[in-house]
Design a protein around this ligand. Structure first.
Ligand SMILES: Cc1cc2nc3c(=O)[nH]c(=O)nc-3n(C[C@H](O)[C@H](O)[C@H](O)COP(=O)(O)OP(=O)(O)OC[C@H]3O[C@@H](n4cnc5c(N)ncnc54)[C@H](O)[C@@H]3O)c2cc1C
Length: 416
């Protein structure tokens, strides 16, 4: 155990000078077995599972900024495994199980809080669709429970059940869903990977790939060339830009998504609540702020900031289900870049270039996927084959007509 009450007490009395850095700041070596491009949640989780579960330790994570500066530190922290399709649900349920054991596994407090997630329904057909989804979840070993309006009135009396435009008739709840302190996830994985010898190299941007005769042998970076037997890209919102350096064009568009936090309030929202007739989701942080979000801004961009019309649109969604939210003052907001894939589902795959691997297309649901994404990517890198819950997340699925179109809206990133 690295932290104890006694240590905190004595450090407090002696000026906090005895704490050691949680991970090293190494200079890059000339060569590694595996280079992971991107020190977000997925890159760090991949490094952690490679070194801790698959015995591959000569690994570097190259991050252009600082770890946690991307979406892993910008999301609204929701975790759930309430998917429907066989290509998705077992993967997200594996992720949920990994969340449940994560803090014991990497010995770090990530504030995993299974306070539940509730998807509201407003019409009878929507209820039927939720019944179908709930049954698919149960069949994959997840939990799901359908609540009618009376049950919901007891649990969330503050919802606007009488709204004439979008009356709330009930909800699909997943009690094991909830929230996790997002940046602690990056720090916990980083610490666990570093302890096994993984080099986490910050302020090191990958600027190109060393590709010869269809084989990728290393990367060019702002700190020089580095060789590797395997290169694993997972740069989320920068996927198209980075893979273009290897000459690849991806079925991905980058869009901005905003998040909002209100002033601190007394506990009022029991778990995560999502609006079924529009796009709005809300939870309450341990500090009391309402943490909420909605639609992507709807145009292609690599800017990590959003626009006012979407702020209004998101707040309207909140007002539609709980008018009391209109009295809370907005404290802060920010944006992150989403790697929106054409069917709303991700990729964990080899590329046609030998040695070069790709993980991306997480849209705005990749935080909950972090443990399973890292585990399955590490599996692919260590064994050369996809993990059994990630066999459909292939780059060629559009050519084969094997899309994982969870929402059935086709190739429209704004609707996924
Ligand atoms: C506002 C918002 C709310 C969200 N809410 C949720 C939610 O509630 N639940 C959920 O499941 N998901 C949510 N998401 C989505 C989730 O955050 C992402 O899908 C997920 O974090 C992406 O994976 P990552 O953590 O690895 O990405 P990132 O943290 O973005 O990591 C990618 C890293 O790659 C680095 N990089 C880029 N280019 C290079 C380069 N050339 N060289 C080296 N490094 C490079 C970046 O600097 C970055 O640190 C949300 C996202 C946002 C923005």
């Amino acid at each position: 155990m690295r932290y104890s009450a006694l240590k905190i007490f004595t450090e407090g009395l002696t000026g906090n000078k005895g704490w050691k850095p949680v991970w090293r700041e190494p200079e890059p070596k000339k060569e590694y077995d595996v280079i992971i491009v991107g020190g977000g949640g997925h890159g760090l989780a991949t490094a952690y599972y490679l070194s801790n579960k698959f015995g591959v330790k000569n690994v570097a994570v190259l991050e252009k900024g600082w770890i946690g500066s991307g979406n892993v530190g910008r999301n609204t922290t929701i975790i759930r495994s309430n998917y429907m399709l066989p290509g998705n649900e077992p993967f997200y349920e594996l992720s949920m199980k990994l969340w449940e054991g994560l803090e014991q596994d990497f010995n770090y407090n990530a504030m995993v809080s299974q306070r539940g997630i509730l998807n509201l329904y407003h019409t009878d057909p929507q209820r039927d669709a939720y019944v179908r989804r709930g049954n698919a979840m149960l069949m994959a070993g997840a939990d799901a429970v359908l609540l009618d309006q009376d049950q919901l009135r007891e649990e969330c009396p503050f919802l606007d059940f009488d709204n004439a435009r979008f009356p709330i008739k009930g909800g699909l709840a997943q009690r094991r869903g909830g929230t996790v302190r997002h940046d602690a996830v990056a720090w916990g994985y980083a610490r666990g990977a570093d302890a096994k010898g993984v080099d986490i190299i910050q302020n090191c941007e990958v600027t190109g790939f060393d590709i010869e005769n269809g084989v990728c042998r290393g990367v060019e970076t702002s700190k020089g060339s580095i060789k590797a037997k395997k290169i694993a890209v997972c740069v989320a919102g920068s996927s198209s830009r980075v893979m273009a350096k290897a000459g690849m064009r991806l079925p991905i568009e980058s869009h901005v998504l905003q998040a909002f936090v209100s002033e601190g309030l007394k506990p009022v929202i029991p778990g995560v609540i999502t609006f079924g007739a529009g796009h709005f989701y809300v939870s309450q942080s341990d500090k009391g702020g309402l943490v909420f979000g909605g639609d992507i801004d709807g145009y292609n961009t690599y800017a990590q900031r959003g626009n006012l019309p979407v702020v209004e649109d998101v707040c309207e969604g909140g007002m539609a289900i709980m008018p009391m939210i209109g009295r809370a003052r907005l404290l802060r907001s920010w944006g992150g870049i989403m790697d929106m894939s054409m069917d709303g589902s991700p990729f964990i795959d080899k590329t046609h270039i030998e040695g070069l691997h790709f993980n991306g297309g997480w849209c705005y649901g990749g935080f909950k996927a972090t443990p399973a994404s890292g585990y399955c990517y590490a599996h692919l890198l260590a064994k050369g084959e996809p993990h059994e819950v990630a066999t459909e997340m292939r780059l060629d699925r559009f050519e084969r007509g094997a899309m994982i179109d969870e929402k059935g809206v086709g190739s429209q990133p704004n609707l996924h």
